[in-house]
Write a protein that binds this ligand. Sequence first.
Ligand code: ATP
Length: 457
Amino acid sequence: MDKIVALAKRRGFIYPGSEIYGGLANTYDYGPVGAELLRNIKNLWWKYFVQARPDMVGIDGSIISHHKIWEASGHVAGFADAMIDCKNCKSRYRADHIIEDHFSAKSEEKNVEGLSTKELDEIIEKEKITCPNCGKIEWTKVRKFNLLFPVQLGIVEGEGGMGYLRGETAQLIFTNFRNVVDSTRVRLPFGIAQLGKSFRNEITPGNSVFRTIEFEQAEIEYFFDPDETKWEPLYEEWKNAMNVFVTEKLGVKKENLRWRTHTDEERSFYSKRTEDMEYKFPFGFKELWGLAYRTDYDLTAHKEASKKDLTIIDPKTQKRILPHVIEPAVGINRLLLMVLADAYQEEENRTVLKITPKLAPYKVAVFPLLANKEDLVAKARKVFELLSPEFMTAFDDRGNIGKRYLSQDEIGTPWCVTIDFDTLDNDTVTIRDRDTTKQERIAIKDLLSYFEEKLQS
Ligand code: ATP
């Protein structure tokens, strides 16, 4: 993990947030290649789950939202982590994290989700868990700490002017459900997708962007009539779609993935089934993507709190219903960290990110063989101008060719094109493949179709 974090910083994927002012815990900024990778993952998600499906539409809700949304959804009352403070060194931790870490240090797995603060206190005391920072046992009692960020808006004074930064994107889908039904041609079963920032006041153990206070969430609410559509096969279809996305679209190795079913204690009372797709991060198998059958819990909550009729008439059956939902919810930043971890490889003479080409920040890098030969540089510029409108293309004339290859390997660029003296004679270039390091020679006029074909497969 340390190596991946170091590479991510050194090569411009991920920087610590507010770094020149000493940093701000649990925030990160994305550098030039990180921003590309993030955007590529977002676009791929949107393309696969929205664009390519006739039964899906997308929305883009506002980040600051009415406090009543979050009261109705249950977040104001219940969206809290159990925290514990060390009285000696004043460090604050999530109680579940220090317990889980304590057991994993003994090579045991312990899931404490759903336990009460009292039960967590008892485990910490019984196991004599020490403070990871100072090693003392001087804990406060475990307390609940709400994760929502309140914002005081200028429009109305007092309570009425209170909003929240959204703690998830899902609630905006529910509150816009009637708007979408009334303004589009959707028909059950159908899904509404949203991708955007969510905010949670989290205390985290610092595994880079795995858990941050601000993150990109990609959520889908798939609405259906439980009398018309059986939820079990639908649930399996979504599981399959998630599997396909991670393995085929993001190119992640199957053996690093597993599914975990939530226990009765940790599953929300309204959910009939919840499973997490987990990825084997360098710090262990952790939740990547949640899939929950949430029944009509959320629409019912908003219907009751807003006193608005959120039921719809199904044109097929003429029945008035409040649909049920299946919700796949993922963090794009977590997907990005997974992609980096899965692609990272150390070989004898190089470190290489074997990112699937569709996701790679740069698809191609163009090099003039020598930086001080005007003809070569001018020709290389021409090749850059040919490729860059179609693909993210890097241009590099610093140092020797070998070093330039290694530099592109570290940011996962799949192909490097070199303009040499033969190019000036016959308009051909060499293409060097990141994964095999083999080179082939092809005509400049065939370059565009060569890469287009490669990127389609
Ligand atoms: P966790 O148990 O890890 O806190 P959660 O069960 O609260 O997550 P959900 O509310 O179901 O998570 O959110 C869905 C997805 O959003 C998660 O699977 C994860 O990929 C992502 N996610 C949630 N919180 C964060 C965060 N603080 N930083 C980055 N991604 C997050």
